[in-house]
Design a protein around this ligand. Structure first.
Ligand SMILES: [Fe+2]
Length: 237
């Protein structure tokens, strides 16, 4: 092929290349979590029957809003470079204060938690590559669910249960205390969180009181598997 023909061929491909780059940018954008609090992707009563509207309102507008505000204060006080991706900050969290650890974790965890849920439905199951990966790793979705429920139930005090992709690209289940998560360099479990359950009492106490296991069981009806699959595919790249 002559140089001119090659150039003409390349010119024809330019629109397709631009579209491809825009779609990559947009899918990366969906995964990016900023320092601002995103709008809740549904109304406070959208998860009723599993999580009541009052709990959602207090959780989002008081607890999560406070993590966001305190993260910004800590970022200013500790001279975090503007535009630093939150995930990068979490990966080096050992360099910062306890206030930064609690609130950067708290903000990130809640931002992804809202997106991981949607209106409850029965027989709410993962699909596609993620469903196959869960079956390969745990034997069945049911076994994955039981292991996750145990991680949620056995986390002493406040914290989070996680399904995450470890650094060897293997699915794992575990839990972290307080507002820690597997992205943090100080975490005992390390990797990319794809699904997380908030087991702080503020997330369930009004409806479930001391019955954390009932909350953890009911919660599966709300999981937004499409978003969790996006996080899985992003982690596997
Ligand atoms: Fe929470």
């Amino acid at each position: 092929m002559s140089i001119k023909k090659s150039l003409d061929y390349f010119k024809e491909l330019i629109p397709a290349i631009i579209l491809l780059l825009l779609s990559i940018q947009s899918s990366l954008g969906q995964m990016q979590i900023g320092f601002d609090q995103s709008p809740l992707p549904y109304s406070y009563n959208a998860l009723e029957d599993v999580i009541d509207a009052r709990t959602m309102e207090i959780h989002y507008s008081k607890h999560a809003a406070a993590y966001c505000k305190n993260l910004k204060e800590a970022a200013t006080a500790e001279s975090v470079q503007p535009g630093t991706p939150l995930e990068d900050l979490l990966k080096g969290i050992s360099k910062y204060s306890q206030k930064m650890r609690n609130n950067a974790g708290g903000h990130y965890n809640h931002e992804i938690f809202w997106k991981m849920m949607q209106s409850p439905k029965e027989n709410n199951l993962p699909t596609g590559k993620l469903a196959r990966a869960i079956e390969m790793r745990f034997g069945s979705f049911e076994e994955c669910r039981v292991a996750f429920r145990e991680a949620a139930k056995n986390r002493f005090g406040s914290g989070w249960a996680w399904l995450y992709v470890d650094n060897d690209k293997t699915l794992q289940i575990g839990s972290t205390p307080n507002q820690d998560n597997p992205l943090m360099d100080i975490s005992e479990i390390k990797g990319y969180p794809i699904l997380g359950l908030d087991v702080w009492e503020h997330a369930y106490y009004l409806k479930y009181q001391n019955k954390r296991a009932d909350y953890a069981e009911n919660w599966w009806k709300t999981v937004n598997w499409e978003y969790v699959s996006q996080r899985y595919e992003s982690a596997m790249k």
